[in-house]
Design a protein around this ligand. Structure first.
Ligand SMILES: *Cc1c(COP(=O)(O)O)cnc(C)c1O
Length: 366
């Protein structure tokens, strides 16, 4: 007798490496590795969560009606076309399950969010990676990669971990030139941080076409990563397919009530955005002044490039920061061994990480 075996390909899926959160010898660390909200969630969301305690024996509203109505009102979209998930991750997985399988292809760019490839593999589809230009998605390369087997294109805009962003004209061109039966998924996990005025998160295109889905999350600027809450907006026929696949109570009561309260506190979101822009600019200028190459980013992190030389490398900088109790994210797994992804933290965290990086760069003569 042989033991049960998973479907082909499943054991080849690498296990997603989450950002570290502990360093031995430190009781308190500064963690700037997972793009979590610098200012935390709205105090109103915390209060709503506290008020919701009690009646844990009850199932949540499976359709998350109040939450979806509030999402719709906040973003000016139709409530019937919104689906909620346990993180936007769940929705990305549902899209793969609904539209791809064995022998199909799912396109994403070279330095894309790792979950795109993982979810493609999870349904037996083949992830196809397309080259980027200066760490930015290249629409022509995506279009060149399309084959008769292509089912989905995943594009995070802004992208993680590069932080780069395409103008809405390019996204629209991608949609126009992409075959009609291919689902374009625009992952707007960092949409709220973008300041460029030629940017559109994907909601407009999801409304005006029959084959585009925009996904959003409460894990980043809304500061509710621990509750697992995300949503998608798209044409009715796609939302309907996803509705059939999702588990009936996929979004918990705490996630629903806190998410709703967080949406209603847009003042907090504006504050978080301003804080992010301020420190992102300071950090980029400071590190450039110290001789590092740092590109513009449109999300809540920066991505400085370190020299490949021993003693000055990203690995050395990471080790130095760790020795000071600071955790940032190495991005070798994304094909970026010379870079570190540093999440924008609160005032104190930003002062510390910039101070320590200054010391490292001066000592190493980078
Ligand atoms: C963080 C992130 C998400 C959000 O995932 P959740 O499951 O909603 O926490 C989605 N896409 C990208 C590109 C991200 O960086």
């Amino acid at each position: 007798m042989s033991l049960p075996t998973p479907r082909p390909g499943i054991l080849n899926i690498p296990i997603y490496q989450v950002g570290e959160s502990k360093i031995s010898g430190f009781s308190k660390v500064i963690k700037l590795a997972s793009n979590e909200a610098a200012l935390g969630p709205s105090p109103k969301a915390e209060q709503a969560l506290a008020n919701a305690i009690g009646h844990l024996e009850k199932y949540p509203d499976g359709a998350a009606v109040e939450l979806r109505k509030t999402i719709a009102k906040t973003h000016g979209v139709e409530f019937e076309n919104v689906i909620c998930g346990a993180g936007s991750d769940e929705i990305l997985a549902l899209l793969c399950r609904a539209y791809a399988g064995e022998g199909d292809e799912i396109i994403h760019t070279r330095h894309a969010f790792l979950m795109f490839g993982i979810y493609a593999n999870s349904v037996g589809a083949t992830p196809i990676m397309t080259p980027e230009t200066e760490l930015t998605a290249d629409i022509d390369k995506i279009l060149e990669a399309v084959t008769p087997r292509t089912r989905l294109v995943f594009l995070a805009n802004p992208n993680n971990p590069t932080g780069t962003c395409l103008p809405s004209s390019e996204i629209t061109r991608l949609r126009q030139e992409l075959r009609e039966d291919i689902v374009l998924v625009l992952d707007g996990a960092y949409a709220e941080f973008v300041e460029a005025d030629n940017y559109e998160s994907g909601l407009d295109l999801a409304r005006s076409t029959q084959n585009t889905v925009a996904t959003r999350t409460f894990s980043k600027i809304y500061g509710l990563a621990s509750l697992r809450l995300g949503w998608a907006y798209g044409p009715k026929h796609i939302i309907d397919a996803l509705e059939r696949l999702r588990s009936p109570f996929n979004v918990s009561v705490p996630a629903q009530v806190a998410g709703l309260a967080a949406l209603e506190d847009q003042e907090h979101i504006a504050k978080a955005k301003a804080h992010n822009s301020k420190w992102r600019d300071i950090a980029i200028q400071r590190l450039r002044g110290l001789g590092l190459k740092v590109g513009e980013t449109h999300a809540n992190f920066i991505l400085p490039e370190f020299p490949a030389e021993k003693g000055k490398s990203a690995a050395d900088a990471d080790a130095y920061l760790k020795s000071k109790g600071i955790i940032v994210r190495r991005v070798d797994g994304y094909g970026l061994p010379n870079y570190l992804r540093i999440t924008i933290g609160n005032d104190e965290e930003m002062e510390r990480v910039l101070e320590e990086l200054t010391v490292f760069l001066e000592q190493s003569g980078a």
